[in-house]
Every structure is written in structure tokens, then in C-alpha cells.
Design a protein around this ligand. Sequence first.
Ligand code: TXA
Ligand code: MG
Length: 325
Amino acid sequence: MKTILASKNDIDAAADLLKQGELVAFPTETVYGLGAVSTDVDAVKKIFIAKGRPSDNPLIVHVADMDGVRSVASVVDDRAELLFSRFSPGPLTLILPKRPEVPYEVTAGLETVGVRIPDHPVTLELLKKVGIGVAAPSANTSSRVSPSRAMDVLEDMDGKIPMIIDGGNCRVGIESTVLDLTKEVPVILRPGAITEEMLLEVLPEVKTFKGEIKVAEAPGMKYKHYAPTVPCYLVKSTAAAHDFIAAHPDSEVAVLARTKFFEEFGKGVDLGADLIEFERNIYSALRDSEKNFDVILIEYPEEQGVGKSILNRIIKSSAGKIIGD
Ligand code: TXA
Ligand code: MG
């Protein structure tokens, strides 16, 4: 199959492809998504094949507005209304009871569904044109680093899907916060740019999911994720990074760090000035570095605000390997 790299001028063609049961990759503010019309079971199955994704990992349904939310969720309580009005369009996915129209292929057999209104003008227009929720995971091959640029999607999906809409580099850079609202006290299943502190501005109480995944609570959390193709470590200090490089003279070592830390090395990727830029640039930096280096060291961010969300991803990228103290 030939994969067309399309632009915002091709939204009509993209909507037609989706309505015909084909897959289209599209930009969002978090990462690129790989979409299929959520009520089309055959199209949804193609997502799992293109990604090599286990079928017990549910998909998020993307909609343009609150009518869209109500078309997939059977209960939209006051908390959901409040959260969507405060944070959407934006990087927040709510887990709500599903309507019967949402097939179990989307929810991996669960009675709940993840719903989100992405904050990207091209995709909001696409979703309006399609008029039905679009199920979409991140547009990477399963277990690989999620794509924050169209070229990253092309790398994984070339020849597997008919169209990728190039909407530029993703503004946020890591996947949405997933919040389970089916519990009395809402539970953060996956931390993201909407932090616990921000959620507590509108909710009296929030829990963060910790510990082992035994049941299908947040199925995606039990799989290998965000892994570059070369060994990766988190590093807590410049001294520890210097020691590591000195101990590995035959390896090309990339340092992925914010400017102050990066300047000491100059090899790898300067992730920017602050945690927001760190979050925005980390996935593209991982994808670029795995091609040119033997080992990747990532600066260990402070465990506050989005630092915790970044850490949630890069701990998986590094399989928990940490150097320095
Ligand atoms: O930012 C994002 O959320 C991106 C863009 C494309 O929207 N999408 C994304 O999808 O990251 P994916 O499939 O890579 O991750 C979806 C996560 C998984 O961890 C999955 O287990 C969880 O959401 N999830 C989806 N539906 C669920 C449900 N009904 N109950 C519990 N967890 C669910
Ligand atoms: Mg993903």
C-alpha cells in the first residue's frame, strides 16, 4: 500500500478514507494518533494489525465536542462535564461507562470507554467531518516510542496505512492524562500534561494508580513501552554522566537533557529550558538519538508537575535503569 503524506488541505479525502473503513494517522497536541471510525469493527481491527498491538489493550475514542462525548459515553456526570469544560479540547482522556454502540473491539471487552477531545485544529475539523467518534491509539509500532512528528509516523507506518496528515510537531509531546471517572474517587491511570495538581483545582479528591496491573484496570500499563532501540539510562547528575561516558570509551553516548545539563556534553539533544520543553522534545530526541548513538542517557527530571508524567514514560524507556544518586 502506498502511504500518502497529506496536509490540512486534504481533510475531505482523509474523512472519506475513514468513512470507507481505512486508517488515517492524524496530528494531536499530544502525539500522532492512528485512527479508524470507532463503530466500524473491521477498521478497528486494522489498527491492531498495523501497530502489532495486543487486542486486550483498549483504544481512546476521539470526538470534536460534548455531543461527541455523549455519543460514546452512556453516563456523563457533573464531574465529567466540569473536567471537559475546564481542560478540553486538551490532553485529558476520561474513562466513562460506554454506550452499546461502542464495540468491544475498541474497549478490549470493557464496559467503559476512554474519550478525549484533542486540541488540534486540523483534527477537530476532521472529527467534525467524520461525525462519528474516531478510535485511535498513538501512531507508533507497539512498544516503540510514540510519534510527535509526521516523519516518525511514516517511519513506523509506511506501506501499512493509506494516509498520514502532517500537522507539524506536537505541542505537548507525551500522551494524554487518563483519568478513570467510573470510581467514586477518580483515579489517574496514566499521568500527563494535565497534572494531579490541576485536577485537584476542580475535583475534591484524586488518586494515582500505583502498583502492579493484575486485572484489566489500565491494560496498556502492563506492556513494554516507549523503548528506544539502543540501551537507555536515566542519569541524576552531570558527574554521573561524565563517569558513565569515561567508563564507555568505545560507545557513542547521547545525552538528552535540558540546556544547563546538556551544555556540559554537547552530544545528543538539548531538550530546552524547562519541563514543558523537556516533555515536548523527549520522544523526537529518543527517535533521533537511537539512529546515531550506541547508548542514550536521559536527565532525571524533578518529581513535580509534568516532571512526574515525563518520568512515568522515561522509566519505561530505560527499563528502570538509573545512574547517579
Ligand atoms: O494522547 C493520547 O492519549 C494519544 C493521542 C493519539 O490521543 N493516544 C494514546 O493512545 O496514547 P494509546 O492507545 O497509546 O493509549 C491509551 C491508553 C492505554 O494505556 C489504555 O490502556 C488506556 O488508555 N485506556 C483506554 N481505554 C481504557 C479503558 N476503557 N479503561 C482503562 N484504560 C483505558
Ligand atoms: Mg501508545
